[in-house]
Every structure is written in structure tokens, then in C-alpha cells.
Design a protein around this ligand. Structure first.
Ligand code: CO
Length: 209
């Protein structure tokens, strides 16, 4: 397709650049992958996971969706998490939200969007549980940024509530689950100081091992 020729040109330029540095780059990568991190982030095109953390091909296992959600009924993210932990033996799961997230903003509005309203329903639940704190913030951009942070925390907990993570902890596999937020205006990644590494961080009602 002529309109997309540029992408194929880019691809050939990328191959040339990689092979110039390391002629066996593709051969080595095609044989195996040993990423150390699983990144779960937003689909937003302005949050390119590998670029933000300076990691190349083979170094980051990635799952992205609108609003960086981890839902216990979503077989897609559950499969990614299980594969990352049980087979790739990844030690760090990073759930990364971002300020100015359109998905989070949509979840604060009354306007109907479509199927995505079902997807983002759980963000409205996070809002409802923190309504007083959120509505004390009068600036709507700041309020949605606070919801971004609260959503990150909820999704980190959702990850920790899976039998996949708790199973890893039960068999003494090293595993940390982190919550981060990316600031698109500055490029800065912020660690939310949410770092869970054992069942002790999980409320009793969510313990299943
Ligand atoms: Co977003």
C-alpha cells in the first residue's frame, strides 16, 4: 500500500542500523527472549514503553490497553501476566499510568463513548470509592491526574490479587509489582512508591494461596 511505504522504508533503515552495530542482532534475538520486566501501560501513542525506559528489542515484555487496566476477567492480560511470570520468570511487573490519560478523563464524563464505556467502567468504580477526595480538587485536569494515580494503585492491587502473582510468591519466586506514572509534559517517570513483593501486602480477603 503506497500510503504506508514510509513504514517499510523505516523498517529497512532500522534493519541496516541494527546490523551495522551487530551483524548477528536478529539471529540472536530470534533464538530466545529474556526480558527482565513486564510493562503494563496505556495504549496512548505518546507513551512508548521501550523508549521511555531506554530498552530495546528483547528487553521488555509489553501489554497495553486503554487506561492501563488489569481486570481479573480479562483473559488477555491474565495470559500475558502468567506467561511473563511462569515461563519468562520476570522479576518486575510495572503497571504504568500517565497523566493526561484520555481513558481516565472519559471515565469522569457523562458522555457516551461506546464499547470503551464498558471497558472503563472499573475506573468509575475507583472514582466512586474516592469521590470526596477527588471532588475536593476543583481543577478538572488535576482531578483526572489524581484519578490516574488512584487507578494505578487499584490496578497494582488487581495484579497482586491474582493466583498467578500469589502463586509465585508462595513458591518463593522473586517478584515485585510496581506502580508508576508517566508525565507526558516532561517525559519524567514517577515511582508511586507502590512496590509489593509478598503476600503480606495483600488484604486477607484477597489471599487465595
Ligand atoms: Co492513556
Amino acid at each position: 500500500m503506497k500510503e504506508l511505504k514510509k513504514l517499510f522504508d523505516n523498517n529497512r533503515a532500522w534493519i541496516a542500523q541494527k546490523c551495522e552495530k551487530d551483524p548477528s542482532f536478529f539471529q540472536n534475538l530470534s533464538e530466545s527472549q529474556e526480558p527482565k520486566y513486564l510493562w503494563i501501560g496505556c495504549s496512548d501513542s505518546r507513551v512508548p514503553a521501550n523508549e521511555i525506559v531506554g530498552l530495546g528489542a528483547g528487553e521488555l515484555f509489553v501489554h497495553r490497553n486503554i487506561g492501563n487496566l488489569f481486570l481479573h476477567t480479562d483473559i488477555n492480560c491474565l495470559s500475558v501476566l502468567e506467561y511473563a511470570i511462569d515461563f519468562l520468570k520476570i522479576k518486575h511487573v510495572i503497571l504504568c499510568g500517565h497523566y493526561g490519560c484520555g481513558g481516565i478523563q472519559a471515565a469522569m464524563e457523562e458522555q457516551k463513548q461506546g464499547v470503551v464505556d464498558h471497558w472503563l467502567r472499573c475506573v468509575r468504580d475507583v472514582y466512586a470509592r474516592n469521590k470526596e477526595d477527588l471532588e475536593a480538587i476543583k481543577d478538572l485536569n488535576k482531578r483526572s491526574d489524581r484519578l490516574v494515580e488512584l487507578n494505578v494503585k487499584q490496578q497494582v492491587l488487581n495484579i497482586c490479587h491474582t493466583p498467578i502473582v500469589q502463586g509465585a510468591w508462595a513458591r518463593k519466586q522473586s517478584l515485585w509489582v510496581h506502580g508508576w506514572v508517566y508525565d507526558m509534559q516532561t517525559g519524567v517517570l514517577k515511582d508511586m512508591d507502590l512496590c509489593f513483593s509478598s503476600i503480606n501486602h495483600v488484604e486477607n480477603i484477597y489471599r487465595i494461596n
